[in-house]
Design a protein. Structure first.
Length: 144
């Protein structure tokens, strides 16, 4: 997580967005380090790009029931319309095509996240409110 945060530090600073590490428990996961970092970079990149000046991105990692680790990324960004939520993990799907082109993006980032997390026997979900932001939740297997 620290490496993913460092990767986005400069971009966040340029956009006036704060990256905040919240509650980070000492947890071990059964994941591929390179791939989980890629998934986190993709999520953080979106959280920074689709945020607002003086916005915030909060990342936390905690133990969860039944041998799972929960990672949450919460942003204060523009949010995702309710009707788009079921489709955001599809390849090439972009919520706001005009804005996506302006800030860059192919519509592959969240699809890649979903495939990476599912390959590691995890799940990814999202809750969002327009104008208030989004929370992405990853549930991954904890190391014994």
């Amino acid at each position: 997580m620290e490496s993913a945060l460092r990767t986005l530090e400069a971009e966040a600073r340029l956009r006036g967005v704060s990256l905040v590490s919240g509650r980070i428990e000492d947890v071990q996961m059964l994941v591929d380090r390179v791939q989980i970092e890629q998934a986190l970079v993709n999520l953080l990149d979106n959280a920074v790009k689709f945020n607002r000046p003086s916005g915030e991105v909060l990342i936390e990692a905690t133990r969860f029931a039944e041998g799972r680790v929960r990672i949450t990324l919460t942003d204060t960004g523009i949010g995702i319309p309710h009707d788009d939520l079921p489709r955001i993990f599809e390849r090439f799907y972009r919520v706001d095509k005009a804005r996506s082109r302006k800030v860059g993006g192919t519509g592959l980032g969240l699809s890649i996240v979903k495939h990476i997390i599912e390959r590691m026997n995890g799940t990814v979900s999202v809750e969002s409110q327009l104008g208030k932001g989004s929370t992405f939740t990853l549930l991954l297997p904890a190391a014994p």
